[in-house]
Ligand binder design. Sequence first.
Ligand SMILES: Nc1ncnc2c1ncn2[C@@H]1O[C@H](COP(=O)(O)OP(=O)(O)OP(=O)(O)O)[C@@H](O)[C@H]1O
Length: 385
Amino acid sequence: MSATVLVLYNPASGDSTAKEFFENHVLPYLNGNGIRPAAVVATEYPGHAGTVVTDFLQKHHGEVTIVLGSGDGTLHEIVNALLGRALDAARVITFALVPCGTANALFSSLFMSMSETPVVAYKLFSLDAFIARSRPKPLTLARTTLYEGPTQYIPCHGIVSVVVTSTALHASILEDSELLRKEIPGIERFKIAAQQNKTRWYRSRVKLSPVPSTGSVQVYDPDLNALVPFKGSLDLSGPFAYFLSTVNVDRLEPTFRIAPQFSTALPDGTSLDVVIVRPQRDPVFTSDTPQAREAFGTKVFTVLTAAYQDGSHIRLRYKENGDISEDNDGPTVVEYFRCGGWEWIPDEADEKARLVCSDGAILRVAAGGRAVCGAIESNNFLVYG
Ligand SMILES: Nc1ncnc2c1ncn2[C@@H]1O[C@H](COP(=O)(O)OP(=O)(O)OP(=O)(O)O)[C@@H](O)[C@H]1O
């Protein structure tokens, strides 16, 4: 039996061209391939996508394919709305993505943009896979729970990411860039927000947990250019400049390949790739002063710039004088782990360290609380890629 099709797009995503793209390209393309959607819906307000899909699944039983025109945020809303309503474990929802958002991390990770491919054809790649009845890929999810108080384990919030869960600089960037959305609809707003926050450090502790299926945490070794078993302590002390974990993606924008090992060395269990920058690994770090933060901000920028160069940031290393380049043989500037999950335990006096970003949505850890994130398998959600 073929799947029932829902066409859903967010007209406010990215540069607000989803409606036009669907009317001019997606709907005629589906029609031309004999696919008759059961409904075509444009979202009308934040959160609407989750309601539309929940209602649709109540009316249509069996397999459902959603042709989704949006960015990652709308996909995040749908997944969280469905899991929040205790989705039946046997229910399968498959997404054919049409990238209409700002960053489109998941689509860009599934389909590398080739300069010779016309834009319209590129944006229809996931739809092509659906029409060709290719086997869809299961999505891994990352569930974050916020706990109040250091010992009192009271779950107060659970949220699931499909792409990224972060704290530190990335969470600050996402919080600030949202204020720039109207003015700057493209990815440039992330760069401006990065400039605004590059000298911030975040006081926190981190605990990494092993991948359940292997019982180990892996770390990237630039000498071997591979992930190897991590033998160090799983408790990491701060301050942190950057802390970000991903599932399903090696990049957060078409060329920002922040988690390159995800595509270079595919995970063989349900896991997260974690990218960390801690200023105290810098051989010239002496103390936390405004001058030290300013100087380290330049190094953070070098790391982010290298991520745009096919993910070369993970090979950057320190020289004894603190200079960084791929040719050095000192400690890595970036710590790159593959693990099952992490705990982020922010210093309660550090307001900004209490921010957590889940696919662009911003959560706040209560003073004295912690965020706990773990990779989970989901058989409910698949994507054509
Ligand atoms: N009709 C609407 N008007 C205003 N906002 C909307 C509407 N429909 C949905 N939204 C909101 O738009 C937000 C952004 O959507 P989405 O994530 O799809 O695009 P994006 O942020 O531009 O892309 P990306 O997440 O890839 O960077 C979502 O969080 C959603 O709540």
